[in-house]
Design a protein around this ligand. Structure first.
Ligand SMILES: O=C(O)C(=O)C[C@]1(C(=O)O)C=C[C@@H](O)C=C1
Length: 237
């Protein structure tokens, strides 16, 4: 039954030496959730979390009669871990930790959640987080699709524009690299005619990485990028 846990619940900074307690919560919470199997054994998880205690901001939830039942681990702009042991489920521990994280990162933060973890995604959505990009999992250790979520903080437009700026910085670098390659190829071609087959293949490769944009839209985007890159190359052969 949902209860107001505040009387029994105490949130406090983690202390050095609590790595094993955090690892127990981490592993129990993961086992109980629809998440991929952990790729590290308990000793590794304890060692890793003990190390993170030295560098990251970690808060623990102590529940009367149970001890440490949850924790949140933060790095600048990110909620890296939020785990609650099943023994303390549905007692408001996760919400209390998340409220604390919001107060520690009032300008907003991001987190990664496994796509399969529908209860966690619903929990975060109920608490005002929005879903950003989804991945195919190739960049995480488990190789499982995940979703980036964000709590956009006190000034959502400012926070989300900050994320756009970060991505645009990468996109600008990529456009510069790509335009340089378009330019480098031109002297090796017999004509200045465009190659529609090659351009279709380029658009298909983009569509495989960004399926939500769709092949047709990506074909138009690729067309603009290539047109402008060719024009820039012609201006500076
Ligand atoms: O691959 C080529 O033939 C290129 O000239 C490069 C490029 C591109 O920028 O990707 C540019 C123009 C062509 O129509 C097809 C592709």
């Amino acid at each position: 039954m949902p209860t107001d846990a505040s009387a029994d619940l105490w949130l406090r900074p983690a202390e050095p030496g609590e790595g094993a307690a955090l690892a127990a919560v981490h592993l129990a919470a993961r086992r109980a959730a629809p998440m991929p199997e952990p790729v590290h054994d308990p000793a590794d998880v304890t060692r890793w979390l003990s190390g993170r205690l030295e560098s990251d901001e970690v808060w623990v939830a102590d529940l009367a009669g149970h001890g440490v039942v949850g924790y949140a681990r933060l790095t600048p702009g990110w909620l890296d871990d939020l785990y609650v042991a099943p023994v303390a489920a549905r007692r408001g521990v996760g919400s209390a930790l998340l409220d604390l994280v919001k107060s520690r990162l009032p300008e907003g933060f991001c987190l990664w959640v496994f796509a399969s973890n529908a209860p966690a995604r619903a929990f975060y959505a109920r608490h005002g987080l929005v879903e950003l990009e989804a991945t195919d999992g190739s960049a995480n250790e488990e190789g499982a699709p995940d979703v980036r979520m964000a709590w956009p903080g006190a000034d959502p437009l400012r926070f989300l524009r900050g994320l756009v700026d970060d991505v645009d910085a990468q996109l600008g670098d990529l456009l510069a690299r790509r335009a340089a390659l378009t330019r480098a190829i031109q002297p090796f071609k017999g004509s200045t005619r465009r190659d529609p087959g090659r351009e279709r293949a380029v658009a298909e490769a983009l569509a495989a990485r960004a399926p939500e944009l769709g092949a047709e839209r990506l074909e138009r985007i690729a067309h603009v990028i290539i047109t402008e890159s060719l024009e820039a190359a012609a201006e500076r052969p």
